[in-house]
Design a protein around this ligand. Structure first.
Ligand SMILES: [Zn+2]
Length: 115
């Protein structure tokens, strides 16, 4: 191997290392995005579970409270409408999953039906 070949190999390696380093940086960014999303989804899941538990508890406790029925339907509607605005499905097809900026026909039907 002559000097020129050695020099070329070293500079090839240098370039490859540079590319790997950049890929590593990209992966790190991607990973932190995923971690953030995971965290956000965990929170939302926790939130939704709490809400579901509440609603089940209310439903079980609320048999004799027909007078308050309309108020809680209104509140429930507001909560669901807000959840929808925040970007989550409220339809029973995809309930609780992110909408990814698209309107969902099932959710809209459900909102109109509940209003
Ligand atoms: Zn939906």
């Amino acid at each position: 191997m002559n000097k020129k070949e050695v020099f070329e190999q070293v500079s090839d390696m240098e370039e490859q290392i540079g590319q790997l380093y950049q890929q590593l940086g990209d992966l790190k960014n991607h990973m932190s995005e995923l971690l953030e999303e995971n965290h956000r989804l965990s929170l939302e899941n926790h939130h939704l579970r709490n809400r579901l538990d509440h609603e089940i508890a209310n439903e079980q406790a609320g048999d004799g409270e027909d007078a308050n029925g309309e108020v809680s339907i209104g509140e429930g509607y507001d909560n669901l409408a807000r959840l929808y605005e925040e970007g989550f499905h409220i339809c029973n097809v995809h309930f609780g999953s992110p909408r990814q900026d698209e309107d969902c026909l099932f959710c809209l039907l459900f909102l109109n039906k509940t209003k």
